[in-house]
Design a binder for this molecule. Sequence first.
Ligand code: B12
Ligand code: SF4
Ligand code: SF4
Length: 180
Amino acid sequence: MIALGIALPKGLYEVQPRLLYGYFNGKISSSIDDLELRLAKELEVRYNCMAVPVPSDAPNEYWEAESMTAKGLISMRHTAVLCGLGSIGKSSLLLNSEYGNRLILGAVLTDLELESDDLQEDICIEGCRRCIDNCPAQAIADKQVKQKQCRMNTYGKTARGFDTVDCNKCRIVCPMRFGK
Ligand code: B12
Ligand code: SF4
Ligand code: SF4
């Protein structure tokens, strides 16, 4: 696996998430998909290997309707950890020492033999619970998220049908949000 990420600008943590943050979160996710596609094609041409770009977010197949639980085709956070991009905080988000929790993540699968980067140190602060205590849906526990609670609190639409993201508290309250 090759893991990659693009960080959101810090400014998007200072505004209401509903429209601007939500919109650009999605936009960067599409940029990651474009980058993965270019990378996969470039790798195949240059190194005569196989490369599979994996969607940064949607689409994915797994869905438990009752608990509103989805799973990605692969977990980008766990991939990023194993590729040396960071550690998983109590928020369940990837924390990178330089970009904090602002990375939108992607990955490319390949049969190319590559040397792995070293794992990063865990930068989630011992004793800190800010993400857990500030989650308005009380959805975070044991480094996992109760998806139904988060989804019902967070995702909606404007009267005209535009997608909205009404909460990003677990990101913005984190002392490590902008890195170490
Ligand atoms: C489904 C989903 C959600 C769900 C569940 C979130 C979650 N933490 O899993 C909901 C709707 C709640 C959600 C919310 C948000 N999401 Co979301 N989401 C996803 C998605 C599409 C799949 C994640 C998944 O499969 N989760 C289920 C399983 C895999 O994870 P798990 O519940 O933690 O538990 C299992 C693992 O821990 C596993 N496990 C334990 N050890 C290991 C080791 C390995 C190697 C593996 C594979 C597994 C594993 O065992 C557990 C039990 O099954 C990913 C994109 C992707 N493909 O990864 C984005 C993703 C996780 N989301 C992202 C973001 C940004 C958000 C929000 C901040 C959006 C917002 N509101 O602003 C919130 C944050 C909520 C939070 N604190 O996590 C980013 C996170 C970026 C980062 N820096 O960490 C991702 C990676 C999208 C992206 N491409 O950047 N999201
Ligand atoms: S996005 Fe909001 S509701 Fe969802 S886990 Fe984070 S703080 Fe909780
Ligand atoms: S808010 Fe505190 S506990 Fe949560 S991820 Fe950030 S440092 Fe870790």
